[in-house]
Design a protein around this ligand. Structure first.
Ligand code: ADP
Length: 472
């Protein structure tokens, strides 16, 4: 059993760790993917905004220049430049087929006016850049923020301009090294985009660590993953708890059966011996002896009947709630009767002290309350040495009353003090069982007290004694 439970435990632990690992890995890759998407998105947004601005710039410059391009009569030059179309983000140049062989007045014949126009636009832009072109960063910032918003990104960013000096390679190619070293490894930076290449001016957007932003975006996935993990762990713990409890219960039940068998065997053997004596050893002829054997038999049968009753009660009470019928009772009277019974039966020296005011009346169920007190007094006498003092006390409380049963017996170790009220629980004594019992007495006491709306507690010190406190 133990080995099986241990195997189950380790297998389950392995499963849980595996699930955690996989879930963690999956979340990490999703996070990385989102992060890459984020970088790409902010980069694209910057590129698009810059392109749009340049196109708008070119458009503005051209509108001043375009007088020459308007159509002249006679089907000669037919070049139309449509204004910047925001959606397409580029200049559309319509070139009339006829314009290919047309002439621009005062200029040489142009073969491909579109090319010329493109070159012209570039020229204009370059001149504009080389000249005193003023760049409006705040405008770009606004446009960029808007573009990001359109893409569903609302992370805060910083937009900077920077200068990157070109490097010339041997082949006379100009290279702008836009690899920037990321100052904060956690953050995201776009590749610098040229604002004014003639003046080596670039724009770059930087974002703080996108972790929080991404975690927010992954909220749903993250939340359900965590919930799943918690649920799995919870199930695991619940299962483990149940298994362990079942195991304990089965052990306790085994103990109970062993005890019970032992307890039942003794009276049966005694009665058998008494009957045997009457039958075979001529005891029947001696009325004195007959009387003795019959008394022994009756006592043992009574003991058997009590045991059976206890087990039956137990079986009944487990299914059905205990029903009580409280009635006003003279507590001192009730306790004194119990004490007298015990004094008669006791097989050791017991000194009783009863501290209950003479006229104390309490409202309790006569049978169950007496049984409960009986169990407590029984225990006080049984779990003690050769001599014992038992003190029964009553105290009135602001909202009720308290009853205590204190003894000078063997006491109960602290670790077992809550368990003793469980069914079948007995403080372990190794293989020795000096006191016979089933571990049901205190469970019954607790049930009775609770049905009366009270609570039971124990204060005990091993070797010194115990005190059971019933509070109503
Ligand atoms: P049982 O007496 O049949 O074993 P109980 O439920 O009455 O069952 O008691 C449970 C256990 O608590 C006992 O086995 C005993 O170890 C311990 N116990 C109960 N009362 C006392 C006491 N007064 N002093 C010391 N130990 C006690």
């Amino acid at each position: 059993m133990n080995r099986r439970i241990r195997t189950i435990f380790w297998l389950m632990t392995l499963c849980i760790v595996g699930v955690y690992g996989f879930q963690g890995y999956w979340l990490w890759t999703t996070y990385q993917l989102n992060r890459r998407q984020f970088s790409q998105s902010v980069q694209d947004a910057l590129a698009q905004v810059m392109q749009r601005q340049q196109v708008a710039e070119a458009d503005r410059l051209l509108s001043g220049e375009l007088s020459m391009n308007t159509s002249s009569e006679g089907g000669q030059t037919q070049v139309f430049v449509r204004r910047f179309n925001a959606e397409e983000g580029r200049i559309r140049v319509f070139v009339d087929e006829r314009a290919k062989k047309a002439e621009i007045p005062g200029k040489a014949t142009v073969k491909a006016p579109a090319d010329t126009l493109a070159r012209r636009i570039s020229g204009l832009l370059l001149n504009h850049w080389a000249g005193g072109a003023v760049f409006d960063l705040s405008k770009l910032r606004t446009a960029y923020a808007l573009e990001l918003k359109n893409r569903g990104i609302n992370a805060p960013f910083r937009l900077d301009t920077l200068q990157i000096r070109p490097q010339k390679t041997a082949e006379n190619i100009v290279i702008f090294d836009t690899r920037t070293t990321n100052p904060n490894a956690e953050g995201v930076q776009t590749i610098p985009m040229p604002i004014n290449p003639r003046r080596y001016l670039f724009a770059q957007a930087s974002f703080g660590s996108p972790a929080l932003y991404l975690i927010q975006r992954m909220g749903w996935t993250l939340g359900s993953s965590l919930l799943l993990l918690l649920l799995t762990t919870g199930c695991f713990l619940l299962m483990l708890n149940t298994i362990l409890r079942q195991k304990k219960l089965s052990e306790v039940k085994n103990d109970f059966i062993n005890n019970m068998t032992h307890e039942l065997k003794t009276p049966i053997a005694t009665v058998a011996a008494a009957v045997d004596a009457l039958q075979h050893f001529g005891a029947l002829n001696d009325p004195q002896k007959t009387q003795t054997y019959l008394t022994i038999s009756r006592n043992n049968l009574q003991r058997l009947a009590d045991l059976v009753e206890k087990v039956l009660n137990l079986a009944v009470e487990e299914k059905r709630e205990l029903v009580i019928h409280p009635e006003p009772l003279d507590l001192a009277q009730l306790v004194n009767d119990l004490v007298t019974n015990h004094q008669v039966q006791a097989q050791k020296s017991v000194q009783f002290t009863v501290a209950i005011p003479a006229t104390t009346t309490v409202s309790v169920d006569r049978v169950h309350f007496s049984n409960a007190l009986n169990n407590l007094i029984d225990n006080a006498i049984n779990y003690s040495g050769e001599q014992v003092s038992v003190r029964l006390g009553y105290q009135a409380r602001p909202n009720g009353w308290q009853f205590t049963v204190a003894d000078t017996g063997i006491g109960i170790p602290t670790t077992y003090q809550t368990a003793i009220f469980d069914r079948f629980f007995r403080v372990p004594t190794g293989n020795l069982h000096p006191v016979k019992g089933f571990g049901l007495g205190l469970a019954y006491v607790r049930q009775v007290v609770e049905r009366h709306g009270g609570q039971v507690a124990v204060r005990s010190e091993p070797g010194k004694g115990s005190e059971f406190i019933l509070t109503f």
